[in-house]
Design a binder for this molecule. Structure first.
Ligand code: DX5
Ligand code: ZN
Length: 237
């Protein structure tokens, strides 16, 4: 049985002046979960939100919340995001390896590695689980699929289909064979994040993705319910 398709609304494109109403609008449209993009200005070239927004979202919905931690030293923040109410904590593989020389410095992006220290990453995965949460590992587009040693411990793997930092970027087609390769060896959740829309989502699902994170496509739609209906049906083909 393939994993059912889940629509994960990334609140990065929500109207933060009325976040509660926006969450309700997502629920009415039928989304399955919420994705909070946490950016620190060091791991990615942008700064967004943190635990207090996870907490605010938690107070108005019972749906699962994913904290996508695009931050350095994610291990330092697992407990606080868990306590804020995140159900999935997604940590970036690049935080556990030797950064490539061209992205080692302050302000050099995207962050990429060739391999990771599985023991160090494993400790943070374990910590997420000890807190009773689900652990996802995220791979930037330039980082190879280097998490084989951790697949048994992970609940999910998120394939970035854009370099992280901003919404409204174009889907990188190289994500598709990466999803296919991963699906051959991993039966857990495979999430795709970045540039998901009516053209790219069918390809990602066909390749084996079952969680679709979307910010601009979903929040930009005049009929968000139709977007959810369309995306969820991709799993039935
Ligand atoms: C990018 C974020 C994504 C982003 C997706 O750094 O991790 O979650 O919000 O935005 P869209 O769906 O507009 O590409
Ligand atoms: Zn994200």
């Amino acid at each position: 049985m393939p994993n059912p398709i889940k629509i994960n609304a990334s609140i990065l494109c929500a109207d933060f002046t009325k976040l509660g109403d926006e969450i309700k609008r997502c629920e009415d449209a039928g989304v399955d979960m919420f994705h909070v993009d946490v950016m620190d200005g060091h791991f990615v070239p942008n700064i967004t939100v943190g635990q207090i927004i996870v907490q605010a979202v938690r107070s108005v919905t019972k749906l699962p919340i994913e904290a996508h931690l695009m931050i350095e030293h994610p291990g330092m923040y697992i407990d606080s995001f868990a306590e804020a109410g995140a159900d999935i904590i997604s940590i970036q593989a690049e935080c556990y390896g030797q950064l490539r020389p061209q992205c080692r410095g302050l302000g050099q992006f995207p962050k990429e590695v060739d391999s990771i220290d599985a023991a160090r990453a494993g400790k943070d995965i374990l910590r997420i689980k000890e807190k009773g949460k689900r652990a996802f590992m995220v791979l930037n587009p330039g980082t190879p699929l280097c998490v084989d040693a951790l697949l048994n411990d992970l609940d999910g793997v998120m394939i970035m289909s854009v370099n992280p930092g901003f919404a409204r970027q174009k889907f990188m087609p190289a994500a598709i064979p990466r999803i296919q390769d991963l699906r051959r060896k991993f039966s857990g959740d495979i999430e795709v994040d970045g540039g998901v829309n009516e053209v790219t989502a069918p390809e990602a699902v066909k390749a084996g993705a079952n969680i679709l994170a979307t910010a601009s496509y979903f929040f930009g739609a005049s009929r968000p319910r139709d977007v959810v209906y369309f995306l969820k049906r991709l799993g039935e083909r």
